[in-house]
Design a binder for this molecule. Structure first.
Ligand SMILES: C[S@@+](CC[C@H](N)C(=O)[O-])C[C@H]1O[C@@H](n2cnc3c(N)ncnc32)[C@H](O)[C@@H]1O
Length: 226
């Protein structure tokens, strides 16, 4: 299962209409989402107006898209209250800056606007090599070549440690799709902030299934009655 399949299955079967994507790049996922109210946030969209118009013909749901070409922190500080004033977020893909604290702020900010039965999907939660789990600086030094998941896995550890009001697990597919809902947590972790900060990729690799609450992709079907 990949993120676009999961997103559109949730959209269709749960009859959702409101979608937020943080980190959109060329819109490969965003423009294919079947949702009447879609919000895109990215400091550098990798598409122009012509591509936006073209996407209208491919997927008519793109008619009411709203684009915010800025960092997610700025979007939440400047626009989110107005944008989500009478429309709660029902489904969100968080796929912006793949660093622990950035991803954490994106999740915590999105939770403020998420409907009670809403769903957050976080990309890049299960890096399979140390290289893919490196820092932004390391990825930049490689001229942004190859896959970069960063340390979003630490965001999962943080949420499972410090939040008792959300359920968090990761599907073992598409580089690790983190799922966050406002349900009671199935299980939690008991790390300190200092421990999370100090954990290395090797620590993660030894404990990944337990730490990120890794589930087989099919788990999602029972979880959401799909
Ligand atoms: C991996 S790409 C997103 C891919 C897209 N979601 C998909 O599924 O095909 C990551 C994007 O995050 C954007 N980004 C980086 N920092 C960001 C930030 N602070 N806020 C929002 N987006 C950010 C980058 O510009 C880049 O386009």
């Amino acid at each position: 299962m990949d993120r676009i399949t999961l997103i559109n299955e949730l959209m269709t079967k749960k009859k959702l209409t409101n979608y937020l994507e943080i980190g959109v790049f060329n819109g490969r996922v965003f423009f294919r989402v079947k949702s009447t109210f879609k919000v895109a946030v990215d400091p550098f969209f990798a598409f122009d107006s012509l591509r936006k118009i073209g996407k209208l013909f491919i997927n008519p749901y793109n008619f009411f898209n709203r684009f915010f070409e800025k960092k997610s922190d700025d979007f939440f500080a400047q626009d989110a209250d107005r944008v989500f004033d009478n429309k709660k977020v029902q489904l969100s893909l968080i796929d912006g800056m793949h660093e622990y604290r950035y991803a954490l702020r994106d999740v915590e900010n999105t939770l403020k606007y998420l409907s009670d039965d809403g769903v957050i999907i976080m990309h890049d939660c299960n890096p399979v090599t140390k290289e893919e789990a490196g820092t932004f600086e390391e990825w930049k030094a490689k001229e942004f070549k190859g896959q970069w998941n960063g340390d979003v896995w630490k965001t999962i550890l943080h949420l499972r440690t410090f939040r008792d009001d959300i359920d968090v697990f990761v599907l073992d597919c598409d580089q690790g799709l983190g799922i966050v809902t406002k349900r009671k947590p199935e299980s939690r972790l008991s790390f300190t902030q200092a421990q999370i900060d100090q954990f290395t990729y090797e620590d993660f690799d030894k404990n990944r299934a337990a730490w990120i609450n890794l589930k087989q992709p099919d788990y999602i079907k029972g979880y959401f009655n799909l």
